[in-house]
Design a protein around this ligand. Structure first.
Ligand code: NAD
Length: 487
């Protein structure tokens, strides 16, 4: 049986996790399993009082443990002990995640969880390597840039990769000496609660990680607007990112890291390895059923090879088979909710109504749960809804070009600039495009992250502000103070 499991047998940590305690609360938002649509729980919604309690608990933990002021190596060791436990409990964590989310259990243990563990270790190692610096000043003075943690960081994460997204926020914030109040998505909150429980079991101070459950308008607004949240770190849609900026501006000024939406292009030249390109392109829109911020959903291909590449991609898209996230063999995920699936479908309909030609897919799959067919749409211009909107589903558009200038013009999106892909064997062209593509990430002859966590990720344009991962994410969780001493 391996990792496969019966979803009715999994016990979930339902409640807020504050000060090291699971706090039961009345469920308010009905939750359904994406794989079969069955209602299984109700998510509580924390209000201003519960957020206040979580912030107080975080402040108390910082004070009693002196987390931000201990020998930095102590933080490294404590975080590593937490990661050891995450790895030891990977199967339990994977079951909680697979039950609630779109992530198949077989991909979680070797993918999301293993990578998240590695990332938290990566950030833990920064604690005693990045710090204050002495700067050049006159002999009669000593100038110093002193680096300090913020205090309590407020983090908000989306539903598409709940464990990874929690890790992206918690790893650098904690390593940098902060406490965190984390609000995971109301659709997939329990894996984050379990990770926080493991932290306390591993010896991290209770209250250092607090997880509050709830929606955006009530819980998210209370969190980002709380006067003692010193920094906000958000991953989610551009729409919610704007709402957070507005709320923060209204309630007080504070720094923000915003990782937002994307509509990423993949540009393929005739001199590329087309089979390799087809595998990467089809993989990027079918992985997690296209529910990835960096999904390369706009194929832009040189006209002379468009038919060949399209045929190869179609073969791969048609080969996917839906499966419940609790079956180890499953590779193709459901959409997170009925509502989100209806949204995907409505954009596909609008695209076809405005001239798009659907080459495959274009509808819900005939299976239980919220599965949607991998969909390829040709004959779209820059105004087509399937080009303009971030669909967040398994939908790829195809456009063709004849010159580099045309390819670059098509690749540029009016709203988004998160990631981009290029397939070519021309070295000079790779450099020209790496310079000109308007995106925070450029993948060349591949379309996926590696496990080199030193590479930061973040958006251009309205895809975000600031970076996750890399040294930049660690430094974004520290603030600097200039100190000048007359000698
Ligand atoms: P969403 O914006 O609807 O929700 C994300 C989180 O924000 C949730 O926890 C939600 O409750 C909360 N939220 C919503 N409105 C809020 C508000 N006004 N104030 C405070 N919190 C609020 O996004 P989603 O549907 O959960 O996730 C999909 C989106 O996330 C896509 O746009 C995707 O591109 C983006 N995403 C970006 C990255 C990245 O690294 N750039 C990574 C993953 C997902």
């Amino acid at each position: 049986m391996g990792l496969s499991f019966d979803p009715d047998t999994v016990s979930l940590p339902i409640g807020h996790f504050i000060g090291g305690e699971l706090i039961a609360a009345e469920g308010a938002i009905e939750m359904r399993r994406p794989s079969d649509g069955k209602a299984y729980a109700a998510c509580p919604v924390a209000g201003v009082d519960m957020i206040g309690r979580a912030v107080e608990s975080a402040k108390a933990a910082l004070k009693s443990s002196n987390w931000g002021g201990v020998r930095p190596r102590e933080r490294t060791k404590a975080l590593q002990a937490w990661v050891d436990l995450i790895e030891a409990e990977a199967e339990t964590l994977a079951k909680i995640e697979a039950l609630c989310s779109t992530r198949p259990v077989g991909q979680l243990v070797v993918g999301d969880i293993a990578i998240t563990a590695e990332q938290i270790r990566f950030f833990a190692e920064f604690a005693d390597k990045e710090g204050s610096e002495l700067v050049p000043t006159a002999d009669a003075t000593l100038g110093m840039i002193m680096s300090e943690p913020y205090g309590v960081v407020g983090a908000i994460t989306p539903w598409n990769f709940p464990i990874s997204m929690a890790g992206w926020k918690l790893g650098p914030a904690l390593a940098a000496g902060n406490a965190v109040v984390l609000k995971p998505s109301e659709m997939t909150p329990f894996s984050a609660v379990y990770m926080a429980q493991l932290a306390v079991k591993a010896g991290l101070p209770a209250g250092l990680i607090n997880v509050v459950l709830g929606d955006g308008p009530t819980t998210g607004t209370a969190l980002t607007g709380h006067a003692e949240i010193a920094k906000v770190s958000f991953t989610g849609s551009t729409r919610a990112g704007s709402a957070i900026m507005e709320n923060v501006a209204r309630t007080g000024v504070k720094p923000m890291t915003l990782e937002l939406g994307g509509k990423s292009p993949q540009v393929v030249f005739a001199d590329a390895d087309l089979e390799k390109a087809a595998t990467a392109i089809a993989g990027s829109v079918t992985f997690n059923a296209g529910q990835a911020c960096v999904a390369g959903t706009r194929l832009i291909v040189e006209r002379s090879v468009a038919d060949r590449l399209t045929a190869a991609i179609l073969d791969k898209m048609k080969a996917v088979r839906p499966g419940a996230t609790w079956n180890e063999a499953t590779q193709y995920s459901p959409i997170i909710s009925e509502r989100q699936r209806a949204r995907v479908d409505s954009i596909v309909r609008a695209s076809i109504a405005t001239g798009g030609e659907c080459l495959t897919g274009g509808g819900a799959m005939d299976s239980p749960g919220y599965f949607y067919e991998p969909t390829l749409i040709a004959n779209v211009d820059q105004a087509n809804p399937a080009i303009v909107e971030e669909i967040f589903g398994p939908v790829l558009t195809i456009q063709t070009f004849e010159t580099e200038e045309e390819a670059l013009a098509l690749s540029s999106h009016p709203t988004y600039g998160l990631a981009s892909g290029l397939f070519t064997s021309d070295l000079s062209r790779t450099i020209r495009f790496a310079r000109k593509l308007e995106a925070g990430t450029v993948w060349i002859n591949r379309y996926s992250r590696s496990r080199d966590h030193i590479l930061p990720t973040g958006g251009y344009k309205r895809s975000g502000i600031g970076k996750d991962l890399g040294r930049e994410a660690y430094l974004a969780n520290r603030r600097t103070k200039s100190v000048l001493i007359s000698l």
